[in-house]
Design a protein around this ligand. Sequence first.
Ligand code: PLP
Length: 439
Amino acid sequence: MFLSGTMEVNNEGMLKIGGVTAEELRDKYGTPLLVFDEKLILKKIKLYKKAVSSYPGPSQIIYASKAFLCQGLAALINQTGLALDIVSGGELYRARKGGFPPDKMFFHGNNKLPEELKEAIQAGVAVFVIDNAQEARLLAELARGFKKQLFCQLRVTPGIAARTHDYIKTGQKTSKFGVGIETGQAEELALWIENEEFLNLQGIHSHIGSQIYDSRPFRELIWTLLQFLLDLRRHHGLILKDVNLGGGIGSPQTAQDSRVDIISLVAEVAEELASTCRREGYPYPRLLLEPGRSIVGEAGTTLYTVGSIKEVNNSKNYLAVDGGMSDNIRPALYDAVYEGFLANRCREKPEIRAAVVGKCCESGDVLIEETELPRPRPGDILAVPATGAYSYSMASNYNGITRSAVVIVKAGKAEPLIARETRKDLIRLDRIPSRFQQL
Ligand SMILES: Cc1ncc(COP(=O)(O)O)c(C=O)c1O
C-alpha cells in the first residue's frame, strides 16, 4: 500500500489524509475526489529550496503549473517564493486571479498565440522562453510596438533523450520543442535575439523529459548547454546569465517505484554546473529548475466509489469506479502505472486480483491493469495515490462526465480548491440554432 505524506490508516482500517478520513471526504465532497496533502506539497518545495542552496550562484525554482493549477494552488505557491511556469493565456489568467504576480512568471510554449503574447507583455511577465524563430520575430515586433524591454530565454534541443515514454520525452533532436544546438539554429537565433533592440536574451532553457530518476541525464545536459554557452562566448563574446534545466525529476506512483532524493539529485546537478563553470572560467549563471510532478504528484490521491464488479470467463475480474480516463487519462495516454486500495478496508487481506476500470465507453479506460484487493463491494472507496500531477489538468467531460472536485487537507481540515462541476456547467456553452428549435 502506497502511503505517503500524511496518509495513515486508523484502527478501523480507514485511510486518513491530513487527519481527515476517506469516508468524511467522500460524504462531504462526493467522488471522484482529488485530495491534496498540503503538508507534502510544502515539504517538496522546501526540499527543492534547500537543494539549490548549495549552488554558489543565484538560483530560482519555478513550479510547472501544467502539472496542476487552480487559483488556490497559485496562491499557496506564491507564499512559498517559487516562480511559476505558464504555457498559455489561460494559465496566465488563472494564476493572476489567484494573486500570483506576473513578474514571477515564465512563459513557455511552442506556439504562443499573438493575443497570448500581448496579454503577457501587458501583464509584465518576467521571462519569455522563446521556442522558435517565428516566435522570436513576433515577440520582437510586439515588444517594439509596446516599447518594452522583454527578458527572454531561448529553448534549445540538446539532442538528449531521457529514458522515458515517447510522449514525455522532449530533449531529442526531433522534438517539436525548441531549436537545435547541433544544426546551428540555436546559435543563429540567439544572435538574432541579442541584436534585437527590445529583446534581452538572459539565457537558455531545455527540458529533456519527465520521470527522470538520477542526475546522469541532467549532467549530460549541463555539459551540452555549457559547450553551447562557451561557443557563444568564444565566437561572439556573448555571456548569458541563465541556465534553465527544465523539470522532469521523477515522482513515484506506486510503492515499488524508486524514490528520488531531491536534495542529493539537485545538489549533484548544481555541483556539476558550478564545477563546469569554474573549470571553464564562466561566471556562475543563475540556475533554474522547473519541477511539476515532483511537487504535486505524490501529494494528490483520488478517491472513487466502487460500482459494478464482474468476473469474466472465470479468469478476469473487473472493478469499475465512478470516474476513469475522464479524470486521469495518463494510464491510457502513456501507460502510467498506479496502484489502488480500498480506503475503507485497509486492514483486510487481499483476496482477488482485479483490473480497475473507469465508466467511459473505451476499452482503454483502464486505470490499473491489475491490483490485489479484498473482495470489493459496491460502495467501497477506492483510493489511487500519487495522482496529483497531470490528472485534473488533463481532465475532460468525455461521456458527459462532470469534472471531479478538488480539496486540500491539513491538520484534520479539508477545504475546497475546485468545486465539482455541475450538469449546468456541462451545457453552459451549448447553443441551439433556432431552426432546430422550430421542429
Ligand atoms: C518546459 C517544461 N518545464 C517543466 C515541465 C515539468 O515537468 P515535470 O512535471 O516532469 O517536472 C515540463 C513538463 O512537460 C515542461 O515541458
